[in-house]
Design a protein around this ligand. Sequence first.
Ligand code: ADP
Length: 460
Amino acid sequence: MNILFASSEIFPHAKSGGLADVADSLPTSLAEFENITKIMPLYGFMKKDDLNLEFSDEIILGGIYYKLSFYKKVEDNIATYFVNAPLLSDTQDLYGDRYGDYANNDLRFGIFCKAIVLLAQKLNVDLLHLNDWHTALSALYIKEEKLKIKTVFTIHNLAYQGIFEQSSLEKLSINQKYFNIDGLEFYGNINFLKAGVAYSDAVTTVSPTYAKEILTKEFGCGLDGFLKYHKNKLSGILNGINTTIFNPKNDENLYFKYDFKRLENKLENKKAFLKKSTLKNSKIPLFVMITRLVEQKGIDLVIKSLKKLLAKRVNFLILGEGNLEITKKLKKMAKEYRNFEFIDTYDEVLSHKTYAAADFLLMPSKFEPCGLNQMIAMRYGTLPIVHKVGGLKDSVADGVNGLVFKKETKKDLLLAIDKALKLKKNSKKFNKIRKLNMQKDLSFTKSALKYIEIYKKILL
Ligand code: ADP
């Protein structure tokens, strides 16, 4: 089976969150069984030095010619194509800057979707695996051009849909006939994600619980009715992580490497980490969050609970970047409390050090399609404390491999922290859980096989 896997971000080339991780680790696992190629944009901030220009071509959108250059790189026997195109590649970030999303994202990602279809034809693939709204229009273009390529569309986060004004239709050369309630029309606007759902042969999302949640008003982001209509082609497959990159046994980013047999080295990481931190006492439990600072991640609840949380004998650290309002509040609180540190950045290396140093990772997300942090934490012997929602519910069992709280309230969050502190005191039990977590199979292999089942079903 010949598959083209399309994503707007792929680790390590460009990353804004978990999508990039999945777009790296899922194809790696799929490649053990099938022939897979990846495609992503070549953004302005990426280097071209080690890429080969494979071919160039042209597309017309809205009557305008765009020249596309396809660069290629082969790593671990998997080829990735990087699309260089006007508008798409002109930016210094993926989707926007501190002032908001780029105004021409409709056209930028419309061009990307056309480029995906062009490469799919050129490579003669059987199947196109599309990910999130940035790739969704490819399904529509395939339908419009009556190509014999099957499509799977994966929703990594329903909260991001790619909504633009109706006038974008013309710029994107989309026939008016698709602008209806069963197509990409959404309250008078166009919705890229909706096109992906409507015109793909199968739709998946990243955990079984989230697949059910998005059919409800609470989590459906305005598309619950539409998704219910397409329920028969929808399924949920839990993400895995790249267990080579996230492996404390070989992780060059750590002060000290360790595994479940050498847990004492985890404590050495904590000590070395705290030496460079404003937090000092390594004897008290270290709670951390490693996150994009957006409402989804439950930061409001953390801010509301912070005073009471910090009154306990704990250290708490947030490594995160994002929303300016949240950033301001966290900075202010870090000045007030000696046992709270806020590191306002996105830093891959520091994130590995933080996973290794921490005792507990907090994930009070309001909703969480899958979440990778909790799995990465387990791999580093750090216990996740999560809100029982989406993929967090599917990957963490209370008292078994972490702590789970049911309601997104201050009371439940603080109770979970108390439970964590109690558990930490019982070092025999605490270490047993940590060691089991570190040996757990968190790789993508099992889930990759589930994707292959879907591919086979639609190719029949
Ligand atoms: P989302 O995709 O919603 O951001 P996920 O849990 O699926 O959430 O994935 C988050 C990924 O981004 C993880 O690999 C996590 O370690 C990483 N990450 C998040 N925030 C930061 C940060 N400030 N610095 C470094 N890595 C981060």
